[in-house]
Design a binder for this molecule. Structure first.
Ligand code: AMP
Ligand code: GLY
Length: 426
């Protein structure tokens, strides 16, 4: 089979690497891809959000399946357009992708179906939102833009001034554009965070191995929020009893709620969870594989991913026995100096072989470009240096040893990925 993957980051590189291990996959195409992906797939320069362009490319390449990986094309309805034109897809349709596309929708869904989440109110008016904040007078409080905001639409406000500022900048100054015309104000929760990606065909839900993201830019969870500076899997806080509780109270109720609403979800549904003193609660849903969670989850998958993707499309996921390796995996992100604020691009990367790889680890490319046989930086998050091991410590040692051998001007990586998880294991 020939497969087209839409997207161009580390997550897409991880999906492509896994697809390349399938005996049934002949050729992989990717748009727009990146330097590292181009060593594994033929890349095209159609943007991931360009629905007409991706449809035209699909008509030209005639792939047996199109995997739509990023949030924006899913929320915009790329899957619907591809299906209407006869292409098989992996990824939810527009009606289902709203679970990530609108926080007001997802919060109201959880309230309606009794799925545990932070208490909240929604607003389309800044004055009312501010009046509510003052009346609550409880800090920290959490202010969230309704729509997609490149993972930056969440403000944890430590006092009234910060909360009011957040409401004004999201609703009046529209720093996230129309994403901010509605907001959610919610209760601040505490506890370890767990990411659980799941395969679902809308009827059956199969959670993948759990993982832990590290969202802040600097060691000890300091600095700004980023798209994720590193991940580990499995997440030691996600014990068997927590998993069972999540399945009963969160995963199945969510899948059934979506079906009941006429929004059957088919694809990868990502549960961002917080294990609070009052049990696991949903922090957010994503309608797609997480980045960089995918980079540590898929290497542990022991079942042909194409079999899973096809079973989801055909709504027969319950026939598949999804197996996992009994190992750990760690991913350390090498970022451009300055990220997540402004940074320079075009720096030459040294320490990679001609396929963009390094000894002892697999290097997932997030923001790179291949030019005249050289890999250049081309984004904020540049590389995800990923290794497996018999346990978490071995996986981390392997990933860090490889990461230290790769350099570019002003490269930055966190030194403490997985440390909290290691402590939890003790
Ligand atoms: P999100 O973009 O929704 O993943 O949120 C970014 C981060 O903000 C999450 O990973 C949490 O660490 C934090 N966060 C979001 N909502 C809450 C909440 N209600 N209470 C505490 N922290 C939160
Ligand atoms: N790593 C978090 C996300 O993919 O949204």
């Amino acid at each position: 089979m020939n497969i087209l993957v839409v997207g161009g980051g580390g997550r897409e590189h991880a999906i492509i690497k896994k697809l390349s291990e399938s005996s049934r996959v002949d050729k992989i195409f990717c748009t727009p891809g990146n330097g590292g992906i181009s060593c594994y797939a033929e890349c095209f320069d159609v943007a991931a959000t360009d629905i007409d362009g991706v449809l035209a490319l699909s008509k030209k390449l005639n792939p047996d399946m199109v995997v739509v990986a990023p949030d924006d094309p899913l929320v915009l309805g790329m899957v619907d357009v591809l299906n209407e034109n006869g292409f098989k897809t992996f990824g939810p349709n527009k009606a289902a992708a709203i679970i990530e596309g609108s926080k007001v929708f997802s919060k109201d869904l959880m309230k309606k179906y009794n799925i545990p989440t932070a208490k909240y109110e929604t607003f389309d008016n800044a004055e009312k939102a501010i009046a509510y904040i003052k009346e609550q007078n409880t800090y920290p409080t959490v202010v969230k833009a309704d729509g997609l905001a490149l993972g930056k639409g969440v403000v944890i406000a430590l006092n009234e001034e910060e909360a009011v500022d957040a409401v004004n900048s999201i609703m009046q100054d529209k720093i996230f554009g129309e994403s901010g015309s509605h907001i959610v104000i919610e209760e601040f929760l505490t506890g370890p965070e767990v990411s659980v990606l799941s395969f679902t065909d809308g009827k059956t839900v199969v959670p993948m191995i759990s993982s832990m993201d590290h969202k802040r830019a600097l060691d000890n969870d300091e600095g700004l929020n980023t798209g994720g500076m590193g991940t580990i899997a499995p997440n030691p806080y996600y014990t068997e009893s927590v998993a069972k509780e999540c399945m009963e109270k969160i995963f199945l109720p969510t899948i059934n709620a979506m079906k009941n609403e006429g929004r059957t979800f088919k694809g990868c549904l990502y549960f961002g969870l917080m294990l609070t003193p009052n049990g696991p609660k949903v922090i957010e849903y994503n309608c797609r594989f997480g980045d960089p969670e995918t980079q540590v989850v898929l290497p542990l998958l022991d079942t042909d991913i194409l079999d899973i993707f096809e079973a989801i499309y055909d709504e027969r996921l319950s026939d598949i026995d999804v197996k996992w390796k009994n190992e750990s995996c760690a991913c350390v992100i090498l970022a451009s100096g300055g990220y997540p604020k402004s940074y320079e691009k075009g720096k030459e990367i040294s320490g990679l072989d001609d396929k963009g790889q390094a000894d002892g680890a697999f290097v997932y490319h997030a923001g790179t470009k291949l030019k005249d046989g050289k890999f250049l930086t081309n984004g904020g998050r540049v590389l995800g240096v990923t290794a497996t091991g018999k346990d978490l410590k071995t996986a981390l040692d392997n990933a860090y040893t490889a990461a230290k051998g790769i350099t570019f001007d002003k490269a930055h990586f966190r030194k403490d990925i997985g440390q909290r998880a290691l402590k939890a294991l003790k």
